[in-house]
Design a protein around this ligand. Sequence first.
Ligand code: ZN
Length: 279
Amino acid sequence: MIQDILPSMFNNAYAPAVPQDDDVLFYFEGTQGGRCLAVRLDEDGLACPRAKDAAEKGAELRYLFSIDSTRHYLALSLPGGCPEGFAMEKTSVLRRCRPKELCFAGMTACHLYEWYAANRFCGRCGASMEHSAGERSLHCPACGSVTYPAIAPAVIVGVTYGDSILMTRYAHREYKGRALIAGYCEIGETAEDTVVREVLEEVGVRVRNIRYFGSQPWGFDGGLLLGFFAEADGDRAITMDTGELDRASWIPRDQIEPSEDLLSLTATMIEAFRSGKAC
Ligand SMILES: [Zn+2]
């Protein structure tokens, strides 16, 4: 999956240091569907600007994390915009590029970019927020409010019935590949409650025997995806929520195409089912 970057090591401890010339720099513009990132695409894959590309512009940089000995920074502001030699590309470019460590780093930077952008002012009193010195949090000097990076848990569910799995396609998203049932956890729910509710809402099927599979940080949406398999309980008739989905059907294991693109938890779960490693 996109976070599996061994032997490289991701270190998310907040340990700011003065940026050095070759530290990696992430510069974003826009939000959600129109969000872009300064990159260069060449035959070696993806490249991002370095701190030296912003040094003379008066950029305001925020330390993010490191991968091995390479520090990564976010440009909170960058006078003049995109550094020369780079272009603003949609952040979805990170889903299909290499090197993989940089794609994972870019996705995680994207999560923090959205959090910093959305928390410039205190939600309680409106004063400007300040960064805490020893940890990744923002605090309000006026009222003392403290906020930490928000991570939204969501579930992905592989619903099975004998030797078939329930596959879907989203109705209103750019992504039109195969999907599983998915949705955000709501207030007061356990992850298992979310599994039961989402499957019932999206396809009208009741489930039992819910089993945890694995998880994946998904910074594009500020999420943490929790993967589960569950069995259809009794009636497997599908009543599709057409507001969410435009396709939902039971696909036999032997009709699933093998996939080599296992960046996402969804693809990894489908492949685990196809190969008999999950259930
Ligand atoms: Zn405040």
